[in-house]
Design a protein around this ligand. Structure first.
Ligand code: ATP
Ligand code: MG
Length: 267
């Protein structure tokens, strides 16, 4: 009864919905689902800096799967359904709220620069910031007033987003602390998920060393995308270290995501 089995759609025949800087979205197998494909592209400073780093997509797919599956398991709603293969995961399609939600525990990056606070200073409490997702405008920081005035999210939705952000921050801080890593800050995206007649806000996109600042607790070594932003090298090694500590990568493995290599004899 082979004809009753769902047909496998080869990647090049799937409908491509969107290609971003780090990921591609394809139409999923069922309505309301998408396939999120992680590329090896690294970009920073609104794509002014760009490189392809072999193996990054594979690592981000695995790390993001791990984080989202755990969030689902503790009752934090997300778009994640399951990982499909080395580079792809099945997700629920949501209407993305055009805000990057940044949660900070320790001063770093733009906060340290703009307010003249030394990088590494513990903040008096966690701070939530909103940035309007708009590459042409360089993702400007906005306030809740802007968010509601321009209708990007309602006051109730902002409350829901902040509650989610705090839960994700608490979960991630503890997760990483347990493996000797300090969660300095992270960015998350949220979206509206419709289920029958109700709509709710869920965590979407990815959570990975591309979107978090992660410092080794003992050495303060950076284990995140700042290695790329600041030309420090060793990005795949750092992401592999995060994956290893989380127990999702065998001790010595550094994936390259290029599949099996044909071994040919030299003579
Ligand atoms: N569940 C989802 N449903 C619909 N869109 C999603 C979902 N999760 C993430 N996205 C969107 O998919 C895209 C992922 O691609 P990528 O991260 O490469 O984009 P990007 O280049 O960073 O661009 P953007 O500025 O839109 O984030 C993003 O636009 C993100 O907002
Ligand atoms: Mg993105």
């Amino acid at each position: 009864m082979d004809f009753l089995k769902p047909r496998y759609t080869p990647m090049n025949r799937r409908r491509r919905i969107y290609e971003g800087k780090a990921k591609v979205l394809y139409e999923g197998p069922e309505p309301g689902t998408l396939i999120q494909h992680f590329k090896d592209d690294a970009t920073a400073f609104n794509a002014k800096k760009h490189e392809v780093i072999d193996g990054k997509g594979v690592l981000n797919n695995r790390i993001s799967e791990f984080v989202f599956q755990n969030l689902n398991d503790i009752g934090v709603p997300t778009h994640f359904i399951r990982r499909l293969n080395m580079r792809e995961q099945l997700i629920r399609e949501v209407e993305i709220i055009p805000l990057e939600v940044v949660v900070r525990n320790v001063a770093a990056g733009s906060l340290a620069q703009k307010l003249g606070i030394e990088e590494g200073t513990q903040l008096p409490r966690s701070i939530i910031e909103f940035y309007y997702k708009n590459d042409a405008l360089n993702d400007p920081m906005v306030s809740e007033e802007h968010v509601t005035a321009f209708g990007w999210a309602s006051p109730q939705e902002i409350d829901d987003i902040m509650a989610l952000a705090i839960r994700v921050n608490d979960f991630l801080s503890g997760l990483f602390l347990g493996v000797g890593i300090r969660l300095v800050d992270f960015k998350m995206e949220t979206g509206r998920l419709w289920e029958n007649d109700t709509v709710r806000i869920v965590v979407a996109d990815e959570i990975s060393p591309d979107s978090c600042r992660l410092w080794d607790i003992k050495s303060n070594d950076k284990l995140d995308k700042d290695r790329f932003r600041r030309d420090m090298g060793g990005l795949v090694e750092a992401y592999s270290e995060v994956a290893r500590r989380l127990g999702i990568l065998p001790e010595s493995e550094v994936p390259n995501g290029r599949g099996p290599v044909l071994v040919t004899s030299k003579d």
